[in-house]
Design a protein around this ligand. Structure first.
Ligand SMILES: [Zn+2]
Length: 279
């Protein structure tokens, strides 16, 4: 199955790149949702009752800049139940992009499954995979993890510290323009400095969601949170806000974790919002 999906947004190009994917028992992930509640959503589970979680990253080509949004889980051993070998560099190559052509790595947040390919080991030492890229992260997000939060955080020594040593971080706050077409859209809750990105070009637009939601069923169930959502009240508010905005404006949504290629629209059917995949 292809791990690459190209979309044009006005003058810009957006490419879905699948690093890998995982199967997870839903109760392990949505730990506050009662088991019986899943019976209403068989379409979101495999036949043996598991959630399919893609690990999708997004490449944007906008105004001469090549931007990678998040860097996947990486190739170090992980307890996360991935179903195939993480492959982001190979998929990037298939898209015609070498790591040193990336101008900007933009982070939605700093969890381990969004920062893994920040580095690769060379001679036993973790080295930046994207040596020519500014690595753009929200100051609030950095402060939270640098301040000692550990739950589901990246392994600092292997994926954050080498970026610091190479002087590649840019710390920004709130709404920040990566190009005139790409701006951050604060969507806190999953983590304190979590952001989405709005890519608008010509008459078209797409929201790159990040982890403001993890499953398409959260379009209809915006109250459902996963255990790793740091501030669940704020996460719910951010999620509802994005669904409302996207449906009102007809804006597509490109996600990190919905089944690949992880892109679609929010539509209302019989009075309830739901996810409609575009491909
Ligand atoms: Zn994630």
């Amino acid at each position: 199955m292809s791990k690459l999906h190209r979309i044009s947004i006005g003058e810009a190009e957006l490419v879905a790149l699948q690093d890998t994917w995982a199967l997870i028992p839903p109760g392990d992930f949505f730990d506050e949702v009662e088991d019986g509640a899943w019976n209403a959503y068989p379409e979101h589970l495999t036949t043996d009752g598991q959630l399919t979680l893609s690990l999708t990253q997004w490449l944007i080509r906008s105004e001469g800049q090549t931007i990678l949004v998040d860097t996947g889980i990486g190739n170090r051993p992980t307890v996360f139940p991935v179903q195939d070998e993480p492959a982001l560099p190979a998929v990037l190559q298939e898209a015609g992009v070498s790591p040193d052509e990336i101008d900007i790595v933009a982070f939605t947040h700093l969890h381990f499954d969004h920062t893994g390919w920040n580095t690769v080991d060379r001679d036993g030492k973790p080295m930046p995979l994207f040596p020519n890229a500014r690595h753009v992260v929200q100051q609030t997000e950095w402060d939270y993890w640098a301040g000692g939060a550990e739950n589901a955080a990246s392994d600092r020594a292997t994926v954050l510290d080498p970026i610091t040593e190479a002087g590649l971080w840019d710390f920004v706050e709130g709404e920040h323009a990566l190009t005139r077409e790409v701006v951050t859209l604060p969507t806190p809750g999953h983590t304190p400095g979590h952001v989405s990105f709005l890519l608008s070009s010509g008459s078209e637009a797409v929201i790159l969601l990040g982890d403001a939601a993890h499953s398409p069923l959260q379009v209809g169930e915006p109250e459902w949170c996963i255990g790793a959502d740091v501030d669940k009240v704020t996460a719910r508010r951010s999620r509802r806000g994005i669904w409302e905005r996207a449906e009102r404006d007809g804006t597509a949504i490109a996600t990190n974790h919905f089944p690949f290629p992880s892109v679609g629209h929010v539509v209302t059917v019989d009075g309830t919002q739901r996810w409609e995949p575009s491909a």
